[in-house]
Structure formats: C-alpha cells, structure tokens
Design a protein. Structure first.
Length: 720
C-alpha cells in the first residue's frame, strides 16, 4: 500500500532543511554508530565480565559491523554510484563519509583482532582451547582427518579457476579458501577455490571433557592434500565477502508479498561491498580476488587471521557456567498472580507495567493466550514487526482465529533481515483464518501494539498492550523494554483508530491519549520541549530526561539546543547513535549524554518532561514509545507515543527505571563535546543498573507487595 496522498508532504521534512548544516553542530551518523560498536568491543576487554561473556561481546561487535557494511555502507555506495549530491547533516559528502568510515572501520577491525588475540590467551589459561594449526598433535590430527573425510569432505566442491571455469558466485558472508597448487607429475600450476557451505559449523569441537576447538578453515588447509591428491600446496588463504543486503521498495509494486519474495532472492546476489582477506595472503592470490570480487564498489582489506569474528558466538555455547554470567530467572508479575492468573481482571483493576527482562515476557504470552481461549473475547488486533523464529505469539493468534474470533495481524515485511521469517508467519496466519495486513509500502509499521476486545455485561471493553520492544520471546530475555497494559477506554479508542489507519487509511479524527508518527509525534515532542523552554525562560526549573537507542533528527536536535540555551537541564541516555554535540558553550552546555552498554541491551524508549518542576516529580509528563528520535521514525514509520497517567506506573517508570539509568556508574559512558566517549568511574558508591533490577524487585507488577515499602529501594539522583 502507498501512503495517503494528503500525507505525502511529510516526506519532504526528512533532513532537507538541515542538509549540509555543518559538523560544528552535529556528529556524523555513521561515525557515531562506529563509536557505539567500539563501546561494545570495549566490553570484551572488561575484566569484570566472565570470560565467555567477553567473547560474546567480541562476536556481537563483529556481527554489528557486518550489518553496518551490508546496509549503511551499501547505501552510501549506492548514492556514490548514482552521483547523489547530498551532504550529511554534519556537512560531509558521500565520498568524504566513505573515506572516514573505511578508516575507522579498519581501525575497529584491527582492534577486534587484537582483542581476539588477548581472549585466546585467556581462554587457553581457562582450559578452553582454539587450536592453531601448529598446535595440533598426531593423535588429534588422526581424529580430525577422519572427521574431515566423513563430515566435511562430502560437502565440499573444489572449483578450478581457469578459462573453462569462470569465477564462481560467492554468497554473502560466505567464507572461502583459495589455493595455489602445483601438479607433481608435470609441475603444472593450478588455482582452486573452495567455498565452505553455510551449514558447516565454523568450529569443530574435539572429543573429550576439555573443550578444544579447531576452525574449519584450519582443517581444510591442513587436509588439502586429501582434497587435491597429486598436487602440492603452494599457498592458501581465506577470504570473505559482504554484499549489499538492503531492499529498496518500489512504490508501484503491485503485489507486496511477491515483491519481497523476489527481493530476498536478489539480496543474496547483491554487489560486493567489502572483501576481507586473510592477513599474509600472497600478492598473486590477492590480485585474483581483487580482480574478480573487488570491482569499483568494494572496500578491500586484510582483516587478520580470523575472518568472521561474529562466528565466535559458537564458542560461547560451551558448557562452562563458570565462564558465564550467573543464570537469571525473570519474575512473573505478582499483580497477575493475585488475580489467579487472570490478566484481564488484573489489568481492569489498574494499569500495569512490567520491565523486561527482569519481568518475564511470558506475561505478554499469557495475555494473548488468555485472549485466544476466553469465549468472551471477540476480536484481537496486533502488530508484528520482529516476532523471531519461536512460534509462541503466532500460535496464540492462530488459536484465537481457529476459535472463531476476529483476528487481525499487521505483519511488517520491511523489518530488515526478518523479511523471510515474516513472510512465513504471514502465510501460516492466513492459512488459519487470520486477516493479515502488510501496511504501507513506503512506511514501516514499527509500533508494538496489541488490542483485545472483550464482551463484558451489556457492552465491550478493550484491553491494550503497548511495548517499547518487539513481540519476540528471545530478544525479550536480553533487551530491556517496557510492556504497558491498560483497559483505559480512551487509549483503547486510540488503538482502534491506529489499526484502522494502518489497515484502511482511515486517518484518526481525534486521538485522546496516543500520538502517532508520521501524523503528529514530532510536533507533539516539539510542543513538550517548548513548554520546558517557556518554564526556564520564566525562571522555573525546565527539565527533560529522555532514553532511547538513537538521536539523529536535526529538527529535534535544534530544539534541544534551543532548550539548553534557555536553561533547560537535559539528561539524555542514548545507547547507540547520537548526532547531538553536548557540552558546547552557548549551544548545548546544559545537555548531558550517556550511553549504557552492559549485560542487557538497553532498548526502552522513555521520555520525561518536568512540567513546571525539577525532575523527578509527581506532575511530570512521562511517556513511553516505540520510536527513536530519528527522521525515519518521525517521517517514514508508524510509531506511537503514550503518556503514563496512572500514578503507580508513572512513578515506577520515572522514579525507578529512569533514575536507575541516570545514576548507573558501572556500565555508563559519557559523550564528550569532541565526539569521544569516556567510561564513567564507579567511584566510592558504584551502581550497576542491571544488577539492581535483577536483585531488587522494582515496582512493576508488584501488586500488594507494595504495601511493604521497605522492600522497594528508593533511588535518587546523586545516591550513587
């Protein structure tokens, strides 16, 4: 579906007024993201973390960097190829950005290799070995030879590289080994290429209690004579490619499902964006790969002795609890237990908020399952952006449809890298009788909302769930997000209008509580900031606290600069990209920015405005949202912003969640005016946000437990 014609004008707001405004006011978006990924990598060096958790952070930094090249760098390369003359908000041309990105990414990859070297030594000391080729003894070699012949050899397809055999297609993120061989019978040289199948495990675990692994490319090189009998190996090197993996939407697409099915296939053959070569590769082999895979678009680099750092995640699964974080079991909300597990009764009595992963995502599944099984429920509507591969949410919706209820699922096909899974879920839902809607062609439906309509007495009551994160049972165990449940009729009416907007282009006439993008979310934010500016100019304590993943939107950044100049105190918790430059005299001296990187991935979006008093206060305007402050969230996505009006929920989110984020000292980084980040010192009274919520019951869903206030620690700014 294309967007309604009367809203086309909104797209023109995206960045245009600020194109090329200059680096004095903004940090570059891409370089800011690389700085975030460096903070992730720094956690791999944090000796406060168990060893395998440090390895996990290293693998995450590798996976992040892969996706960055496949999407962000690919997009810039596309602009460069099409001669798009558009500067970034900080004033850089596409070519300048690519040069800066390449240099910083190379430094980051060098750091990844150095960290891997240090961790490998530490793993050896902990009796978890990744064997180098020269460390494989005869007994181990015999076992590996058998394994190679039985498990690996049958999956390999060597391909000669000569005029009769053109260079093969190398899949995205594919790891391959190229060989220079010499035939013993006549000294005839030949070059061969072997692609390692994606289904082949990157590391092979040797038998025995002691964990010993060997990289599959090490095995392939060692037993190359078995693959190439009659040849001597003159040289061998691993290489890897990253391809353009973005999907561009054509507005004239007639069938969105068919379009995405074909686009996913095209993505697998996208142009090469980065060619990674094993350090020490011979000039001759490097020349072949550069000629065949380099092209004009590819960024070519020698990337160390272990390509594909992300694959180290396999080692983290080793059964060594002594090298991992202590296990954590999320709590189930006491409030719902007090009502005998009846979600509707608990929500009807009072609004409820839970914080994942400290409170289990099972409560969301329980809400949906109860809706599916309750004979009084007549309709369910839900957005699905990323639902993951586990079918719990999908099964609940299918069960509801099979029980004769009216079920509508808004499935977002444009959720990057989840398109294929979402197509599969959509097909399963449709087969069960669910009405599946795909939303707009050029907007993503990013709002996380579910509504349940239930027959009660002589009428109907609507129960709603609003989440800051996805309906994804796996990520809900590692992402910090809020789930808000309510039976407020005004919010229910707003949710119904939102769904009608997505499914039928019926523009909301009057939203009582909820703000939506691209309809009015940015304008509502500007109004809230303007209120704080007016308070400060009148001599009052203007105050803004905001937590999100990314801050990029120039219009909002400029408004925050205006607020700072007026004396508004602005505290920002931005985990990832931040293009705002804090702490600059006469521009942003009243703005402080922090980033939190730790055991859990901070994902919730929470915004608070003093509303005439210093924060925190009982009268503050507090909101949760699905949106970051980025142009795409305001102009090209359907997002929500919801005020928290229930006093208990308001205080839990403001006085507990937000204050805990602001006083964290063990996982926080401060953004400096020059764009660098400084890790905070724990000081005399260290405070760890994640440990606090793991070990202290928060207010979320505690029900009657709140009758004992001593059980709920009070957090205050400065208490750390």
């Amino acid at each position: 579906m294309s967007r309604p014609a009367h809203l086309t004008r909104l797209a023109a707001r995206d960045d245009d007024p600020f194109d090329g405004a200059g680096g004095d006011r903004y940090f570059n978006r891409e370089l800011s993201w690389l700085a975030f990924n460096r903070r992730v990598l720094e956690e791999a060096c944090n000796t406060a973390h168990p060893l395998l958790e440090r390895l996990r952070f290293l693998s995450i930094s590798g996976s992040n960097l892969d996706e960055f090249f496949m999407v962000r760098v690919a997009g810039l390369k596309g602009q460069q190829k099409q001669d798009v003359d558009q500067r970034s908000a900080d004033g850089l041309t596409t070519t300048q950005q690519l040069a800066a990105i390449t240099a910083e990414a190379d430094r980051l990859m060098d750091s990844q290799q150095a960290v891997w070297g240090d961790l490998r030594v530490a793993l050896d000391e902990a009796s978890l070995f990744v064997l180098r080729r020269d460390a494989i003894d005869d007994e181990t070699s015999k076992w590996l030879e058998t394994h190679f012949l039985e498990q690996i050899f049958p999956t390999l397809t060597p391909q000669a590289l000569d005029p009769a055999h053109p260079f093969p297609f190398i899949p995205n993120r594919g790891l391959s080994v190229i060989f220079d061989l010499v035939r013993r019978s006549d000294d005839e040289p030949i070059r061969e290429l072997v692609m390692l199948p994606a289904s082949t495990p990157r590391f092979v675990r040797l038998p025995g209690e002691v964990a010993r692994y060997v990289a599959v490319e090490t095995i392939l090189k060692r037993f190359a004579p078995l693959l190439f009998p009659g040849y001597d190996v003159g040289g061998a090197a691993s290489f890897r490619v990253l391809r353009d993996s973005d999907i561009e939407i054509e507005e004239e697409a007639e069938d969105l499902v068919r379009y995405f099915a074909n686009a996913i296939k095209r993505r697998r053959r996208g142009r090469v964006i980065r060619l990674e070569l094993e350090t020490g590769i011979s000039d001759a082999l490097a020349a072949v790969l550069k000629e065949e895979l380099g092209g004009a678009d590819a960024i070519i680099t020698e990337s160390g002795n272990l390509l594909g750092i992300a694959d180290l995640s396999m080692l983290v699964d080793e059964g060594r609890p002594d090298l991992k974080f202590p296990p954590f079991t999320p709590r189930f909300p006491e409030r719902i237990r007090e009502f005998g597990g009846d979600c509707f009764a608990a929500i009807k009595s009072k609004d409820l908020v839970v914080q994942h992963p400290y409170e289990t995502f099972e409560v969301v599944l329980a809400f949906l399952k109860q809706a599916a099984n309750d004979p009084d429920v007549v309709a369910i509507k839900q957005t699905l952006y990323r639902a993951g591969k586990q079918p719990a949410v999908i099964n609940a919706l299918i069960a509801a449809a099979e029980a004769g209820k009216s079920v509508t699922a808004v499935v977002e096909l444009k959720a990057r890298f989840d398109e294929e899974q979402n197509l599969a879920w959509a097909s399963a839902l449709e087969r069960a009788g669910v009405q599946v809607i795909y939303g707009f062609i050029d907007w993503k439906t990013h709002a996380k909302v579910a509504m349940v309509v239930r027959r009660e007495g002589q009428g109907y009551r609507t129960y709603c769930h609003f989440g800051t994160g996805n309906y994804h049972p796996v990520t809900a165990r590692i992402y910090t997000d809020l789930s808000f449940f309510t039976a407020d009729p005004k919010i229910g009416s707003d949710a119904a209008q939102m769904f009608n907007y997505i499914t039928g282009y019926v523009e909301p006439s009057s939203m009582a509580r909820v703000s939506l993008s691209p309809r009015d979310l940015r304008d509502r934010l500007v109004d809230l900031i303007d209120t704080e500016i007016a308070t400060a100019k009148g001599g009052g304590p203007g105050a803004i606290w905001a937590k999100m993943n990314s801050l990029v939107d120039p219009a909002i950044i400029e408004k925050l600069y205006e607020a700072s100049a007026a004396g508004v105190k602005v505290e920002l918790i931005i985990r990832g990209i931040c293009c705002l430059r804090p702490g600059v005299e006469n521009m942003s001296e009243n703005i402080r920015v922090r980033s939190i990187v730790g055991r859990f991935l901070e994902h919730s979006r929470i915004w608070a405005f003093g509303n005439g008093a210093a924060l925190p206060n009982d009268g503050a305007a507090v909101f949760i949202s699905s949106a970051d402050w980025m142009p795409r969230n305001f102009d090209r996505r359907v997002e929500y912003m919801l005020p928290l009006l229930n006093p208990t929920v308001h205080d839990q989110v403001l006085d507990q969640v937000m204050v805990a984020n602001l006083i964290d000292t063990e996982q926080s980084w401060a953004l400096n005016p020059d764009g660098s980040y400084t890790r905070l010192s724990p000081g005399e009274r260290p405070f760890n946000l994640h440990r606090y919520f793991m070990t202290n019951p928060s207010l979320s869903g505690r029900g009657a437990a709140l009758d004992s206030p001593a059980q709920v620690p009070t957090l205050t700014i400065g208490s750390a």
